[in-house]
Design a protein around this ligand. Sequence first.
Ligand code: NDP
Length: 257
Amino acid sequence: MSKTDLSAFSLTGKRILVTGANTGIGQGIAVSIARVGGFVVGVGRSAMAETAGKVAAVGGSFEAVHCDLGDPVAAQAMLDRVWDESGPLDGLVNNAGIIRRADAVDLSETDWDDVLEVNLKTVFMLSQGFARRVLADPGRRGKIVNIASVLSFQGGIRVASYTASKHGVLGITRLLACEWAAKGINVNAIAPGYIETNNTEALRADPDRSAAILARIPAGRWGEPEDIGDAAVFLLAPASNYMHGAVVPVDGGWLAR
Ligand code: NDP
């Protein structure tokens, strides 16, 4: 390989399904994938015109698929439909996620169930559906990247169902990585810290909370969606072929502190 051969970091010709691609981190991941030549299949409930525009602006291609990921069985059926109707996938990024804030004593059963469905059960069902299709096609390889959280490692406050779901994402990442490592599928995760998205808007709008969070981030700034996108590219590209079950913090040093 010559010094300028960057093929290990390229996604040219690869089709990657990204959930929750209409905004926030999912949008950042879509743009990062497009920058290195990948084709993005973006999945979500809302309109995805903004993401399609940003992907086009960096010379990429984007297909929008509408699906409510609160229904894990429908999500798996959606992946099969995409595979049959627009072609096989090389990668899956389980990014979509929701958070419900309440003291643990007040958290409703609905807020527990909704978060666990989207953040954990759908992650498993989509991963299972993806693996079934890859394994049915001898010689095919696949890459799964799960978006976990620093709350995969910490407790947090007032986010009981979210923290449980993200600890679950960590566990399922490691289990699936072990089951599928020898079968040509890499399963890894990214643990974002505090990233500027709708998800964290309320925290950023509260001057005291915002200042306290910033003061604890060694990098001295909140993360941007493409900080996560660029790490996802690495975990989707050939450069990470020997990585299985890794959970990469992209948190400005939050967990290292
Ligand atoms: P946003 O709230 O900005 O975006 C969430 C995305 O998930 C949206 O695209 C949303 O689509 C999609 N989504 C949620 N529920 C469903 C559903 N039922 N069906 C289809 N799509 C759905 O969040 P972020 O970008 O901040 O978060 C993305 C991921 O990163 C999440 O898993 C989150 O837990 C994780 N994360 C974020 C951190 C942060 O600081 N921002 C920190 C650590 C982890 P729609 O708009 O249509 O609902």
